[in-house]
Design a protein around this ligand. Structure first.
Ligand code: AKB
Length: 323
């Protein structure tokens, strides 16, 4: 299948490109930035593309003629609060531009990557735990606001124009790749800094608990949803879940693989506020029922697979800043 990915230079693109190419697809990756060295192995074509530029988006779609689009381009929650205007432009206008290009280019299927950031505490009290697909959405960040809008636009383009739009609400994602401006990044840096420094001062409290997922499961979810039988799908956007550890439970898991690693907790007001507004766990019953979603990795399974990969990544000289 001819596939185009937006925002391919980020953490998800790093693993998604390789998985799609391994499955035999013809992949064109696009991003504002040139192909990063960390993605050099992935293969396929690479186009520079600013999703806020409607003409550029239209031209790339005209040239590539994709049948399936994975729309990953986004400014994440923490960075979005530093620059809400940029988050609005990339996430809102960018999604509009890509959906318009899908409509005009007769793209068969569009995959939207939403997030737990669409949720926020309702005025009536805390979110249900676990949080189901259908609750009133009260996001607290510009990232969350634009993800809600992207979900609604996806449903609109599906019913109004027949573009087969589907999507998942991702938990915080963890992998041996550069994260970019997320509030859930503390979880990855518990691994990275434990390996490279033997200690990590987390920007979240020890009792912080949000849904998390290991990247191989996240990429598999995208592949499975994108290939699922349309007649089985009862909705366009699905919660998906894996595990929901407290930060100090992640620390205990890391310590099994990196003995002696120590952790301290110095919450950052803005990012802690964002983390506290998110669900503690997600109910993903609809995804399990409709397209057979099931995660393979639990926390300790992820830890044993991830730590050697982080060691390799650091040996290869990746530069990651913890804050
Ligand atoms: C973020 O922290 O902003 C993202 C997300 C949970 O969507 N990783």
């Amino acid at each position: 299948m001819k596939i185009l990915i937006t925002g391919a230079g980020g953490q998800i693109g790093h693993d998604l490109i390789g998985a799609l190419i391994a499955a035999g697809h013809d992949v064109t990756s696009t991003d504002l930035a040139p192909r990063p060295p960390s993605h050099a192995h992935a293969g396929g074509a690479w186009h520079r593309l600013d999703v806020t530029d409607a003409v550029a988006v239209r031209d790339v779609f005209y040239e590539v003629k994709p049948e399936l689009v994975f729309h990953l381009a986004a400014i994440l929650s923490a960075r979005g609060e530093q620059d809400p205007r940029l988050a609005y432009d990339v996430n809102q206008t960018g999604t509009w531009n890509v959906l318009e290009a899908c409509r005009k280019g007769k793209v068969l299927r569009f995959i939207f990557t939403s997030s737990i950031a669409v949720f926020g505490p309702p005025p009536s009290g805390p979110l249900p735990d676990p949080t189901p697909d259908d609750v009133a959405l009260h996001p607290t960040t510009m990232y969350g606001v634009t993800k809600v809008s992207g979900e609604l636009l996806s449903s609109y383009y599906r019913s109004r124009f027949g573009v087969d739009c589907r999507g998942v609400r991702f938990p915080g994602l963890i992998s041996a790749a550069m994260p970019g401006g997320g509030s859930s990044d503390y979880a990855l840096f518990m691994y990275v800094d434990a390996v490279r420094k033997g200690s990590y001062d987390a920007f979240a409290r020890a009792d912080t608990r949000i849904p998390l997922m290991y990247m191989p499961d996240a990429v598999r979810a995208l592949l499975e949803l994108s290939m699922a039988d349309k007649s089985k799908l009862t909705r366009s956007i699905y919660n998906i879940a894996a595990f929901s550890p407290r930060a100090d439970e992640i620390a205990a898991s890391v310590q099994k693989a990196v003995p002696g690693a120590t952790f301290t907790y110095t919450p950052d007001t803005v990012r802690q506020g964002i983390l506290d507004s998110w669900p503690k766990a997600l109910d993903d019953a609809a995804a399990r029922r409709d397209w057979g979603w099931k995660p393979k990795f639990d926390l300790d399974g992820m830890t044993s697979d991830l730590v050697p990969r982080i060691r390799r990544m650091l040996e290869l000289g990746a530069v990651l800043s913890s804050h």
